[in-house]
Design a protein around this ligand. Structure first.
Ligand SMILES: *Cc1c(COP(=O)(O)O)cnc(C)c1O
Length: 437
């Protein structure tokens, strides 16, 4: 279908047209995930015909797989090595940005032994990003889109990690920022969101209330000139998650894993990792083989796993109540797509309760020396549950995502973690404590 002129009635028109020609590298257009209609690149996120979500369509490179691998290998040790596959200008690496990515893929042999995995178990550890969560990937891409469309303020509705990532990226890239979070988040996330000097607003309500508020703000003159990374810049933002797929395969020696366990909040990350894997196959960068995608949620906010288990296509919203606050989205925008991907690939969507989340955080820490936030407890806990249920095959190569840093969710483990003993500084006291071996 031909690229159509965007008839955008929103207040973002001015910002977009002021920017002149939009150079977002290989990004050619936005296309509707439902009806396939195409639109010019711009700060829009819903199809004007059917209201389906828009995603970035590309003119992908025509290099041979070997040439493309060489080009990627010659790039920087961050997500910009994949610039030919992302909606960013070719010279992106020279612009001020937070440059996330190329985080460790840890071969988790100790954890594998505990869980009985024999086919190779890996933890993709995104706590190593600049603001210690996977959100730096999506924000880095949204920043380039915001620059291209001439926005001056960056904003978002956030469950915590996104607010910190936007704050940091805005500070570095020279944007004003004003971000919105539920008022009752963990201290680590609130401080991280505020430290970079932007405006931070706590909203009296849960994430879904924050999100609704932001949708209203976008349609109001108050939000004029604002780039909301996960609303009007969402098609670009989402593409950042593809880099997890690219990195995992490159780090496995350009091979697909057999199984991936991915946390689900809005479902954007899981959906885009699948998109990234499909692109790698289409480009010939990996050999095609079946892979299974598993979604992981916390029981206290499990609208997608409930729908999966009930065999429903529709996701019924929930009111979140879980320690896994970064995943606490009760009305996930990409929920139906997550169901579709889990079913199509032969995966599943499963959930664990808060106690299992804490146990899994501790299991990962004591086996691999990785301190995950609650979202990582959710994926590790769900992996264990899926193996016990016979849904995840322990004889196959499995990659489990840890998307955030445990230092941001200390409250989750602090009540059950602390000194083994507190004693006077004397050898007698130490002997009496029974810890000498
Ligand atoms: C945001 C977030 C996710 C996943 O979010 P989606 O909305 O599903 O893309 C996973 N883990 C952490 C730690 C997050 O902050």
């Amino acid at each position: 279908m031909a690229v159509q002129t965007v008839h955008n009635s929103s207040n973002n028109d001015a910002a977009a047209s002021d920017a002149g020609i939009v150079d977002l590298g290989p990004a050619a257009a936005l296309s509707c995930r439902e009806c396939g209609e195409r639109f010019e690149l711009g700060p829009i996120f819903a199809c004007q015909s059917c209201f389906g979500p828009l995603e970035v369509a590309y003119d992908l490179p025509t290099d041979s797989p070997e040439e493309l691998k060489k080009r990627i290998a010659a790039g920087p040790d961050n997500i910009w090595r994949y610039a030919p596959l992302l909606p960013v200008p070719a010279d992106v690496a020279s612009k001020p940005n937070i440059n996330p990515g190329f985080t460790k893929l840890v071969k988790a042999d100790n954890l594998a032994r505990e869980l009985g995995v024999t086919g190779g178990l890996y933890v993709k550890d995104d706590s190593g990003n600049p603001t210690h969560s996977f959100k730096d990937r999506v924000v880095a891409i949204a920043v380039e889109a915001a620059r291209a469309f001439g926005f001056t303020t960056l904003s978002c509705s956030s469950t915590g990690n996104l607010a910190g990532a936007v704050g940091a990226a805005a500070a570095r890239a020279g944007f004003r920022s004003c971000v919105f979070i539920p008022h009752d988040l963990e201290q680590g996330k609130v401080v991280m969101a505020a430290i970079y000097g932007g405006e931070l607003v706590g909203i009296e309500g849960n994430y879904d209330d924050v999100n609704r508020f932001c949708s209203e703000l976008i349609g109001d003159p108050l939000g004029e000139g604002w780039g909301f990374v996960n609303v009007n810049l969402r098609p670009y933002y989402g593409e950042g998650s593809k880099t997890l797929a690219y990195e995992i395969c490159e780090q496995l020696g350009w091979e697909l894993p057999d199984q991936l366990v991915i946390p689900v909040a809005s479902g954007s990350q899981l959906t885009k990792i699948d998109k990234g894997l499909k692109e790698l196959i289409a480009l010939g960068l990996v050999e095609e083989k079946p892979y299974k995608i598993f979604g992981a949620q916390a029981e206290g906010c499990s609208p997608v796993s409930v729908a999966f288990k009930a065999g429903h296509d529709v996701v019924r919203p929930q009111k979140p109540n879980t320690i896994a606050k970064s995943l606490a989205i009760g009305n996930p925008a990409d929920g139906p797509y997550v169901l579709d991907i889990a079913r199509r690939t032969g995966g599943a969507v499963e959930d664990v309760d808060d106690e299992q989340v804490v146990d899994a955080i501790k299991l990962l820490a004591r086996t691999e020396g990785i301190f995950a936030e609650t979202a990582g407890g959710v994926t590790v806990g769900v992996t264990r549950k899926l193996i016990e249920a016979g849904l995840l095959d322990p004889a196959l190569t499995t990659v489990v995502l840890n998307t955030g840093d445990g230092l941001k969710t200390l409250d989750a483990v602090a009540p059950t973690t602390g000194p083994t003993a507190t004693i006077p500084p004397s050898l007698d006291a130490f002997r009496a404590a029974g810890l000498a071996r």
